[in-house]
Write a protein that binds this ligand. Structure first.
Ligand code: SF4
Length: 242
């Protein structure tokens, strides 16, 4: 008899349903089947009404982050075998549900935009057209530059659960990424942006964001760096008021 696996999937249409429910599906199992592969099978063969996001299927786009068997992770990188052929799937946490596994990412993007996630150099572009970095300066960006904006850390963050306006791990790690960048000259502006009531001081350093990150990024480490830089910035301003 062909092997099968079981999917238990959170279902909810915010525009039509009174309450969410879990729906069960039996899916044919073949070695190497990922959770995303199972969801695609369900949508294409069993139930076309199931809604979820995905794109690259290779752990690069970050679209398929969801809560799988008790942990936030990428569906495309999660083997059904590692779930013992029994998969329970929920949407990302702390974001409004649009339908089934699709959440409204608007708040996540709002916080991301807030920290100005782009280079702000202090001088016009050089004649050669490039801002040059030394290999050592570039190496300082390693790892923190790898964020794929999947929002797994946002879903796992306990502070975000209590304070929806908290900027969140991904946005703060990205702010640190530009603070560290030798080509960026907006240090003071960036520290002001992350030092408000919903910024770095709200983090409780629980490290759940780091535990779920599929790219091994360490947002609590970045937040600690930002806190130290913000304190130095405030002390400087106190010593030299304008
Ligand atoms: Fe995803 Fe990690 Fe970026 Fe958070 S820091 S959005 S978990 S890649």
């Amino acid at each position: 008899m062909a092997a099968t696996c079981r999917f238990s999937i959170f279902r909810h249409d915010a525009a039509a349903d009174e309450a969410p429910r879990f729906q069960q599906y039996e899916v044919p199992y073949t070695e190497g089947l990922t959770v995303l592969g199972g969801l695609i099978h369900i949508q294409q063969r069993l139930d076309g009404s199931l809604a979820f996001r995905y794109s690259c299927r290779a752990g690069v786009c970050g679209s398929c982050a969801m809560h799988i068997n008790g942990r936030y992770r990428l569906a495309c990188e999660t083997q059904v075998a590692d779930c013992k052929l029994d998969v329970a799937v929920r949407p990302l946490g702390h974001l409004p549900i649009v339908r089934d596994l699709v959440v409204d990412m608007g708040r996540f993007w709002k916080h991301y935009q807030h920290i100005k996630p782009y280079l702000i150099p202090g001088t016009p572009p050089p004649a050669a057209g490039e801002y040059v970095q030394t290999p050592d300066d570039r190496a300082r960006l390693d790892v923190i530059i790898d964020c794929i904006l999947c929002a797994s850390c946002y879903g796992a963050c306990t502070t975000t659960a209590a304070d929806p306006e908290f900027l969140g791990p991904a946005a703060l790690a990205k702010a640190n990424r530009f603070l560290v960048d030798s080509r960026d000259a907006a240090t003071e502006e960036r520290l002001e942006l992350v030092s408000g009531d919903h910024g770095v001081w709200r983090c409780h350093q629980i490290f759940s964001c780091q535990q779920v990150c599929p790219k091994s990024i360490n947002p609590p480490g970045s937040i600690a760096d930002l806190r130290r830089a913000a304190i130095r910035h405030r002390l400087r301003r106190r010593a030299h008021p304008e």
